[in-house]
Design a protein around this ligand. Structure first.
Ligand code: HEM
Ligand code: HEM
Length: 571
């Protein structure tokens, strides 16, 4: 519909202002729609339905903390000076007055002490970064443990993994910017790691630092990466992540009325937009409170970076802790060939393990679908217990991560618990292998027990807490049938596919490589699904319901008959 602006302009001046305003807004909207087609796009998406569950909040925390970090980061760029040229500090922080330092460090001190609201912004930026990375990781766990990465969402899973990688690099470059003794020690470690790469190591270091470490180029280079390159990539990937989310539609938990074909939830406008928009302010408020109350990275504590000094207090941000832990516990393995030293003790924990973990994470959806042969689309989420092997794999990865991370604090553990650091190191060397295996076993059995518990509830009802005394004086707890909605949700899952048997594969005429691959795959599938409890059949449920109704009827008549006057307790 187009609106004639001349008519709008000549309308009677007694027309209420709101009508005039609405007409004007309508005209602007039409103008924009005719050029951008936004109206039709909005119409399609405004009623888009978003399912609701508390765990879907985790991705939103990642999103909103990212926005907070972007906003506070822009504020910091106004005052931060990414230069390594030497200046004499003359700001408000007395203990460092007169000390020679880089302009970068001096400006970080100025932001902390002289710029109004500067310290709050620095601390909000840092706490925001912590929450950003932590929420990303927990969001990833939720996506994995509920099977939300399955077809058609594998690409969004890969984008997520890249976001995690970029977020970590962004955090490292940011942490390096203030150029204090802590951040310089981190950069120095990075230089050492690079130099441990055979053949290309020294070239890489020369290339990054623009010559010998530390040089005077690293801060401006990290700065360009930190405020331009990586945020640009992050923004593009977050946008792609969200577009794919809208395109695939969000997954949902099983429940009455929810199927693989529909989406049940709140429309984007007004409900979801209001909820999500409001949630931004909650995340903002929490980060602002943390930034206001809790000190983080007090850059004035250790003074400017000086390559001749190291600080014992140097610790990377927590998300860098796990490779650091592996570095601390690995034996001093080195090989010397042709006058070159291969430092396995650095290459394995730093250059091999993090990329390997990332590749494993990225490959998990594809490995699972190859093993299970499942090529169907999934929009209903799975409870972690219903995919015990998957859940157990993540539990063992998390255990490995947690132990490696704890090893990164071996000095702190030794001091606080009065233990020998060598003993902790020996313990951790074993634990990083044995711990994940134990976690795998326990988690798998635990999930299967929970599946059995679900089956028990479906067939025999839940424990009602109603105790009944029989004529003989025995007490029994009555089990009542589950409410229908709950029973529906518990049974809204597919049975596991039955893997091929070796005989079937051989009978199919497969030979050579195909035979071997299919046998391997079937074997892995059997292991993957082993001991899983399938949901009860319709007949079993029917019979159970019949039985439950009978019991309920009996219970009601017992209650109606009143207290048992002839029970043994009265004698
Ligand atoms: C910058 C970081 C990230 C942001 C801002 C972000 C944001 C979101 C949001 C808001 C959702 C919808 C709500 C929800 O399900 O929680 C979502 C879904 C999703 N995210 Fe992320 N995410 C990020 C990182 C990751 C990571 C690290 C992974 C996995 C490695 C991942 C994989 C997914 C997948 C597969 C979905 C679809 C889930 C479904 O439909 O159930 N995301 N993301
Ligand atoms: C996900 C994105 C980001 C993460 C994880 C991140 C992380 C960090 C961290 C940990 C620091 C050290 C803070 C401190 O001194 O305590 C930092 C510093 C800084 N960041 Fe970011 N940042 C991000 C995005 C941005 C963006 C988008 C900008 C600018 C547009 C920015 C600008 C800065 C500046 C100027 C500093 C140095 C100021 C200072 O340390 O006092 N950051 N960042």
């Amino acid at each position: 519909m187009s609106v004639d602006l001349s008519k709008v302009a000549s309308t009677n001046s007694t027309t209420p202002a709101t009508t005039k305003g609405a007409q004007r807004a309508g005209a602007i909207a039409t103008w924009a729609d005719e050029r951008l087609g936004l109206g039709s796009m909005m119409k399609k998406n405004i009623r888009k339905v978003f399912p609701d569950h508390w765990s879907f909040m985790l991705g939103e925390i990642a999103l909103w903390s990212f926005v907070v970090v972007l906003l506070t980061g822009v504020f910091l760029t106004l005052w931060f000076d990414p230069s390594m040229s030497e200046v004499q500090y003359n700001g408000a922080y007395d203990p460092l007055r007169g000390v020679h330092m880089s302009s970068a460090y001096a400006s970080a001190l100025d932001i902390s002490f002289d710029v109004r609201g500067g310290l709050l912004m620095r601390q909000m930026h840092h706490w925001g970064a912590m929450i950003f990375i932590a929420s990303m990781m927990i969001h990833m766990l939720r996506v994995f443990l509920t099977g939300a990465f399955r077809k058609p969402r594998e690409l969004n899973w890969i984008i997520g993994c890249l976001l995690l990688l970029l977020g970590t690099i962004e955090g490292f470059t940011g942490y390096s910017l203030p150029d204090d003794l802590l951040s310089g020690t981190g950069v120095r470690a990075a230089d050492g790691f690079m130099k441990a790469s055979p053949v290309v190591g020294t070239y890489m270091s020369f290339f990054l630092f623009g010559g010998e470490f530390p040089g005077d180029a690293i801060i401006p280079r990290f700065y360009a990466m930190h405020i331009l390159l990586i945020p640009g990539l992050l923004l593009a990937l977050v946008a792609a992540h969200m577009l794919l989310l809208v395109y695939h539609k969000h997954t949902q938990w099983a429940g009455p009325g929810r199927t693989e074909e529909n989406v049940v939830g709140y429309p984007m406008l007004p409900v979801y937009a209001a909820k999500a928009g409001g949630f931004f302010f909650i995340v903002f408020g929490v980060i602002a409170t943390m930034g206001g109350l809790f000190s983080i990275n007090a850059v004035w504590k250790y003074g400017p970076y000086d390559p001749s000094k190291v600080t014992a207090g140097s610790q990377p941000d927590w998300y860098m802790g796990w490779p650091d832990g592996l570095l601390r516990i690995i034996p001093a393995w080195e090989t010397h060939i042709w006058g070159v030293t291969l430092s396995w003790n650095i290459m394995i924990p730093i250059l091999v393990m993090p990329p390997l973990m990332l590749m494993i994470l990225m490959a998990l959806p594809f490995i699972e679908s190859w093993i299970t042969g499942d090529k169907r689309e999934h929009h209903l989420l799975q409870r972690p217990r219903n995919a015990p092997t998957r859940t157990a794999i993540m539990a063992s990865l998390m255990t490995f991560y947690g132990l490696a991370w704890a090893a990164g604090g071996n000095d702190i553990i030794a001091i606080k618990l009065h233990l020998s650091i060598n003993e902790i190191t020996y313990f951790m060397r074993g634990a990083v292998f044995i711990g994940p295996a134990i976690a795998f076993y326990i988690t798998r059995r635990w999930c299967i027990s929970l599946q059995r518990h679900d089956e028990e509830k479906l067939l025999h009802g839940y424990e009602s807490g109603v105790l009944v005394r029989s004529a003989e004086g025995a007490y029994a707890e009555k089990h009542l049938p589950l409410p229908q909605g709950k029973a529906y949700a518990l049974t809204a899952r597919d049975d596991d596919p039955r893997p091929e048997t070796d005989e079937e594969i051989e009978a199919s005429g497969a030979t050579g490589r195909e035979l071997r691959v299919r046998k391997l795959r079937a074997k892995l599938a059997r292991l993957f699904f082993a001991d899983n409890v399938q949901k009860p059949t319709a007949e079993e449920l029917h019979e159970a319901q019949h039985h439950a109704e009978h019991e309920l009827h009996e219970l009601e008549s017992q209650i109606a008959a009143g207290p048992n006057r002839h029970g043994p307790a009265d004698h």
